[in-house]
Design a protein around this ligand. Structure first.
Ligand code: UD1
Length: 377
């Protein structure tokens, strides 16, 4: 297959991290043209433009400006607005990444126009169909022509679903490409001075945004209670996703960083911040004693950084982060979270192993395949 014009789709924060190395690699090829479409699913400066700046992603050629809405409205708006873009750009390949609503919306629109669809981060399965991302992953994989996989479990899952093996390419992880390509910059990040963190000061990092954790007040307050208990041992830095902010406003015992800006980080308690940029967030994770999260990508980044991670969910679609890396899936039971966190702090696990092909060269392999130069390895 020979591809000349590759149109990449990015909609939400984790997509920006994934498209950065891909667009960079496509643009390095004299025989390829890169077109970047931002759906506008994430639109706040801290959720979008900051990532373009930090990751040096060129400005999108098109921004569809879909914004927020119910799943159906958001997905439908992306489809409605992207179809004329595909018709006028006429790409050879539409490249979609991850598992957000923009991913399935763009893939579905493209495939119905007869355009080749390539899915980066294919095959991951939590086997929990109550997660909107699981539905997006299954559907996107079912209609994609090229399936780029980050870990062996992804290839196994696709084969079990009956996908033709010729479509499946184990290429590694573009999120790790982004991490390595920006290393020299995040290692110099001023985030520690900004947050008043002393060089050897212990702290943990928290992120929470899954609907199953934050949309139900009982679940959220159980989690916050557990985290407050952990935060008696060390401060927990919590950059807050916009969807979670309203629910936290009524919670007791949280400090908002604006309340003590410029002061040293306290030695205990949960410190809430606005969302951080990419370089600041990776820098913060890299020196944390512990990361607590319900994100997918953070399980992978902590594995690459060798930082202990507790995943506050019942399942992971990224099992290599447990079998090789530093991740443990601990669920959402408050007592278990406290016990696991305190145990990890007392007896830190080793750095773990870096999963196969997570070497910072996944985008190179993907683009080589897109150019029709053969299999990844
Ligand atoms: C989306 C993805 C999720 C991904 C996450 C990363 C889907 C189904 N979910 O979830 O897989 O892990 O992005 O962040 O696509 N909002 C703002 N400003 C923004 C963006 C969102 O205020 O720039 C608020 C809005 O109230 C919005 C809510 O956050 O309704 C949720 O945003 P949405 O894009 O629908 O889903 P996320 O929870 O961000």
């Amino acid at each position: 297959m020979s591809a000349r014009k590759i149109l990449s789709i990015a909609g939400a924060r984790p997509n920006f991290v994934k498209v950065a190395p891909l667009v960079k690699e496509i643009r390095r090829q004299p025989d390829l043209t890169s077109v970047l479409v931002h759906t506008g699913q994430h639109y706040d400066r801290t959720m979008s433009q900051t990532f373009f700046d930090d990751l040096e992603i060129p400005a999108p050629d098109v921004n569809l400006g879909v914004g927020s809405g119910s799943h159906a409205v958001q997905t439908a708006e992306v489809m409605r607005r992207i179809e004329p873009v595909f018709e006028s750009v006429r790409p050879d390949v539409v490249l979609v990444v991850g598992d957000v609503n923009s991913t399935i919306a763009a893939a579905l629109t493209a495939v119905k126009l007869g355009i080749t669809v390539a899915h980066v981060e294919a095959g991951l399965r939590s086997f929990d169909r109550s997660m909107p991302e699981e539905i997006n992953r299954i559907l996107t994989d079912a209609i994609s022509d090229l399936l780029f996989v980050t870990e062996a479990s992804g290839a196994d899952n696709l084969r079990h679903e009956g996908v033709d093996a010729a479509k499946i390419h184990l290429v590694g992880n573009v999120m790790i490409d982004a991490l390595e390509q920006t290393r020299s910059r995040w290692e110099r990040s001023p985030v520690f001075a900004h947050l008043g963190i002393e060089p050897a000061q212990p702290y943990a990092v928290l992120t929470l945004h899954r609907p199953s954790n934050v949309d139900d007040t009982r679940t959220l307050s159980g989690l916050l209670q557990a985290l407050a208990d952990v935060a008696r041992a060390l401060p927990i830095v919590f950059p807050v996703h916009p969807r979670v902010k309203p629910a936290l406003r009524d919670s007791d015992g949280l400090y908002w960083a604006a309340d003590h800006a410029g002061e040293p980080l306290p030695d205990k308690g949960i410190v809430c911040l606005e969302p951080l940029g990419y370089l600041e967030f990776v820098a913060l994770m890299s020196r944390a004693r512990l990361v607590l999260t319900d994100s997918g990508g953070i399980q992978e980044e902590t594995t690459s950084l060798g930082v202990p991670c507790l995943t506050l969910r019942e399942t992971t679609e990224r099992p290599v982060t447990v079998s090789h890396g530093t991740n443990r899936v601990v669920g959402t039971d408050p007592a278990r979270i406290v016990a696991e966190a305190l145990q990890t702090l007392e007896q830190p696990p080793g750095r773990g192993a870096v999963p196969p092909l997570w070497d910072g060269r996944a985008a190179e392999r993907i683009v080589r395949i897109l150019r029709g130069e053969g299999r990844a390895r």
